[in-house]
Ligand binder design. Structure first.
Ligand code: ADP
Length: 481
């Protein structure tokens, strides 16, 4: 059995702020029947402590970054965890990254250096209860493990770093370096030094044995100045170890045939009628009027990355065409108030729920006609995959994982009945408006629309294919050992 330690700052269903948590939560069971034993390391936030009451200590530190720390082994929700219990760092309720003022915790560098340090100690074989062959770290919060492991005694585990979003890099002032416990030579251009400070993701990219990101297109994009967010040069230099593997979705959690959040579950045979009941439930919940045009939905962080400011510019036109919008999102205060203002301007036509609501996110996919995803960049994206599975047609910008997973409804694809959604480019208000117009026209042609829905629902969005790619990558790394 190949042993993998996955390391991340959030894992569904224990703690989630975005797609990262879904991926880390889904991979272990997808890989299990491929002979891979994966344990997941995460911090013990209060929500995690509640789920891991039976966990047993397997290691302790008298002082790690200013307090006593234990590594606990336990199980919850079918996953095997190694949890880093550090009350002085993680026993804080709410969002894992932000304090009550909505700003990053000032000691985030220390919190996630501690997570990374613990991961590296497991990876170096110091903790006999679990000695992994590979440490698979996710995003900047775990990336420093690659640096720690680079300087650990051999033999140590190989390191894979998966980048879920290169916009989040963990960049801190140089003054923290001395407290990280890395040798001085690590503070160099070939190490963790980044524009005069310390870059957690940058260091991870430098030291990891392999780098993955969550779609082939995004793997290409981040090697360019337009999308690389300053790390494109380093990624060009490391292109030979960089691959893109598209995310799957958890097909038991996201299954329209058995989804408790739907007013009426459905399968391919009866989806057309049954989705109507879900649409009625959305209308009631969001105060929308029945109308013959399409009902678009959005389930998203309300940020510039997600193109939500662009969507806000298209609402007059969307309503003008007879379409409606049901939006669920949370994020930037300005965008929240812009969308709320649009909902009051167009009562019955635009409904907005701000906040995070897992149940409503399912209902929207199960009853809306189409989901709008106008991201400026999108490493993989999950909501378009849920949309495919639920027959909620994705209308997406042609970037990253959106470009890789949606087949545009051009004439050739419509003829072959292989179209699964609508793509548009460039990412601006006039292209998005045209895409909404195209969707509205296609929706009026029920036969074409149903064929797009059916092709989407037939698409394999499970983890199966991607699990095989990860397995191959693990095998390749271990061959070179
Ligand atoms: P990202 O991780 O960049 O936010 P993804 O599309 O990869 O984007 O994943 C977003 C995940 O978060 C999806 O599972 C989506 O359904 C969920 N989500 C986003 N916003 C909300 C919300 N307001 N309420 C419930 N779920 C949400």
């Amino acid at each position: 059995m190949t042993k993998i330690l996955a390391v991340a700052s959030e894992v569904f269903p224990l703690v989630k702020t975005g797609g990262l948590a879904d991926v880390v939560g889904a991979l272990p069971s997808a890989l299990k029947h491929h002979g891979i034993e994966m344990r997941v390391m995460l911090p013990v936030y209060p929500a995690v402590a509640a789920s891991l009451k039976q966990a047993k200590p397997i290691h302790h530190y008298d002082d790690l970054f200013g307090g006593k720390v234990r590594i606990l082994a336990g199980q919850a929700h079918g996953l095997d965890f190694l949890a880093v219990e550090a009350p002085h760092l993680f026993d804080r309720p709410g969002n894992p990254y932000l304090g009550p003022d909505g700003k990053d915790w000032p000691d985030n560098w220390m919190r996630f250096a501690a997570l990374s340090r613990a991961a590296a100690d497991v990876g170096s074989g110091r903790i006999k209860a679990f000695v992994p062959d590979i440490v698979h770290v996710h995003d900047w919060q775990a990336a420093l493990a690659a640096a720690y492991l680079n300087f650990a005694a051999r033999p140590a585990a190989k390191v894979i770093l998966t980048v879920h979003n290169i916009a989040f890099q963990g960049h801190f002032p140089a003054s923290i370096f001395a407290s990280l416990g890395l040798p001085v030579e690590a503070f160099a251009i070939g190490g963790v030094e980044y524009y005069g400070g310390v870059g957690f993701l940058k260091g991870g990219l430098q030291y990891a044995d392999a780098i993955t990101t969550v779609s082939p297109s995004y793997a290409d994009e981040i090697t360019t100045p337009e999308y690389g967010m300053g790390l494109d040069g380093l990624l060009r230099a490391r292109r030979s170890v960089l691959t893109g593997i598209v995310n799957g979705v958890d097909t038991t959690v996201w299954n329209p045939a058995s989804d408790d959040h739907l007013a009426l579950p459905y399968v391919a045979r009866n989806f057309i009628q049954r989705r109507q009941a879900n649409k009625r439930a959305i209308e009631q919940r969001l105060g929308l009027e029945e109308h013959e045009g399409p009902l678009f939905c959005v389930v998203s962080r309300l940020t510039g990355q997600k193109g939500m400011d662009i969507l806000a510019l298209c609402l007059d036109d969307l309503v003008g065409q007879g379409a409606r919008l049901a939006l669920l999102g949370s994020g930037e205060a300005q965008l929240e108030s812009d969308f709320k203002a649009a909902a009051s301007q167009y009562p019955g036509r635009i409904g907005v729920v701000t906040g995070y609501d897992e149940g409503l996110s399912h209902l929207l996919q199960g009853g809306a006609d189409a989901i709008l995803i106008p991201s400026r960049f999108e490493p993989c994206g999950l909501t378009q995959l849920y949309g495919l599975r639920y027959g909620c047609v994705p209308v997406v910008s042609r970037v990253g994982g959106l470009a890789d997973t949606i087949v545009d409804a051009n004439e050739a694809a419509l003829d072959r009945e292989s179209a699964t959604g609508i793509q548009f480019a460039p990412v601006d208000a006039s292209s998005l408006t045209r895409a909404i117009e195209r969707a509205t026209r296609l929706y009026a042609d029920r036969k074409a629309w149903n064929s797009i829905q059916k092709a989407g629902m037939k698409t394999d969005v499970s983890w199966e294919k991607s699990a095989v790619r990860y397995k191959q990558l693990y095998q390749k790394l271990l061959q070179n050992r």
